[in-house]
Write a protein that binds this ligand. Sequence first.
Ligand SMILES: Nc1ncnc2c1ncn2[C@@H]1O[C@H](COP(=O)(O)OP(=O)(O)OP(=O)(O)O)[C@@H](O)[C@H]1O
Length: 643
Amino acid sequence: MDADADVEKGHTNGYNPSEGGHSRPGKSMSKALSKAFLSAGMVVSVKNVTYTVINSQNKKESISLLKDVGGYILPGEMTALMGPSGSGKTTLLDLLAGRKTVGHMDGQIAFAGNKPTPQACLYAPHLSPAPEFCPYATACYVEQFDTLLGTLTVEEMLMYTAELKRPISQSHDVKKAAVEELIDVLALEGCRNVLIGSALSKGISGGQAKRVNIGIALVTNPRVLFLDEPTSGLDSYTSNEVMTVVKQLASHGITVCATIHSPTPYCFNLFDRLMLLLRGSVVYFGPNGKLAIEYFHTRCPSIAGIKEGENEAEWIVDLTTQADRQGRSVDFAAAFAGSELKAAADKELEQLLVEAEEMDEATEKDMAVKRETVTPFWWALKTLFKYRTAKNYRSPDYLGPRVADKLIFSLIIFTLYWKVGKNMNPDNITNIAAVLFMWVCLPAFGAASYVPAIVLERPLFVRERNDGLYRVITYLVAKILEELGIALINSIVFANLVFWTVALKGSFAIFWLIYFVTLSTGIVLAYTVAALSPNMDVANAALPTYVVSLLFFSGFLVRFDAIPNYWKWYSYIDFLKYAWGALMKNQFNGDRNVQFVEGTTVLDYYGLAGINPWVWLVIEACFFITFFGFAFLALSYVRHVKR
Ligand SMILES: Nc1ncnc2c1ncn2[C@@H]1O[C@H](COP(=O)(O)OP(=O)(O)OP(=O)(O)O)[C@@H](O)[C@H]1O
């Protein structure tokens, strides 16, 4: 449903385009927020913040992206972070939200006068007993790019987040009521049952996606809301609509801070306070509106004044950009540093820091939280299954690549090697050994189909981790169990298809289990490679390279005895060697260990006479555990998203 349809239904959130571009929307808001969203905001203060990183153009030197930044964000107000592109807006917002993963910060950032722990800032605290709708989270961050689950509907996405971000002590009905209210407040009623979709399958519109993102942040009723470019990619009508909702939240007491690029005049006028950055320095911090325009008129007489009807936001950004191009950014920063406005702001900041030291009990609790997530492991696992696995299992896009390759190769094997296992003549032994070899190679190669599940989902995973929805181990266990469920059914069906039609010998249980364990090892191997690779290109190159290297040392292409001593170690850590070896022993054990070449039996020839297939099955299972551990470590510690 588009914005027009929302309007038809009366979901305008108070934004009325006929009011013109410059009106302040406060009085025009028709939809009042219920108590559920009446969260008391908190003061966010920034004192002498300098942020330094290693210069990406010259690794030997460091560069300051923010210089001596100071200011405050007040509850009940909407503060804009503005400035030309590259001026440091997102950097400052990331620092405020505790989302910087690199660099060094000097100075002080405080929430209600206190230095936040990362958990206090980003993860929801658990208040017990849980009030009807309490401030579970201190601060929430709405990212510029939408990181939503395309397979869920709008309502499911909000409910999924509510189940993971709100305490389990809270009943389903309470969570549902909160989601209902969000749908109402954010004017999402018309698209509540529409799939979110993805770049390839169109779902909700950009404006609706932005509102869902805001909804996700609001699910826990945060006290501070950070938004990075909340209007980017939206048309002016939708921008105004989205920002009106945000303004409404601020009017009810939440602390709101947003970076904003080219706001419409209407949006710009919604902001109460403005911080303007230029090359990492503050060139204006104070009330938005007339005072800001006057400041620049008096400080920069050489710059053409604002014309009647000109977009104020554009005028301010243009004049600072122009000043920067003329090499005058330092002068602008110095002018502000020496201004009365700055002196007043500093005084106010000191006052706020002193006042805020006396924290109320609720704030103290919020800030003291040490836990990473609100819900326990089992609950998060259950929720991931309920919303994500259930959808995936019904999706042809998900199931197709996981079933099709196994089906195709099984059909090829059973038609190509029909009843081959019956013929134990020496000249047929290689055919049997080859079919067993292919049987273990294919699931290893098929692992490639599991890579996108990690690489393409990375932005969502990072956002959900930052939001404290689950732990890495929960995510990994959920994903692997989801894959193993399909692998189990696949392995039973296709092992039966191949074993009996090819007329293989020995234990079917070993034949099937080896296939299942190889398939499972391939999955965790793919997850490890995906978690280590920065993108799909690297993962697509790395995985086949590794798997092909395993083929050489599996014992079929080159017998173990013939492998040079300096390469034998690799054979020991080749899980395909154990898989194929166990299948060979299973096939040719006992009186089936017929004469082969050079006067030896098959198993002697391949050096497999003395092995126990069950033991090798267990060894192969150890590779599954090892790769699982690697995948966990890689997902936990390898950061491809650096901020
Ligand atoms: N490691 C680094 N080395 C050198 N410069 C860096 C490094 N990291 C970031 N920068 C620079 O820091 C500046 C601030 O980036 P930031 O994303 O905060 O800007 P912004 O004001 O949000 O820009 P935009 O409006 O375009 O999003 C940019 O000019 C960027 O190129």
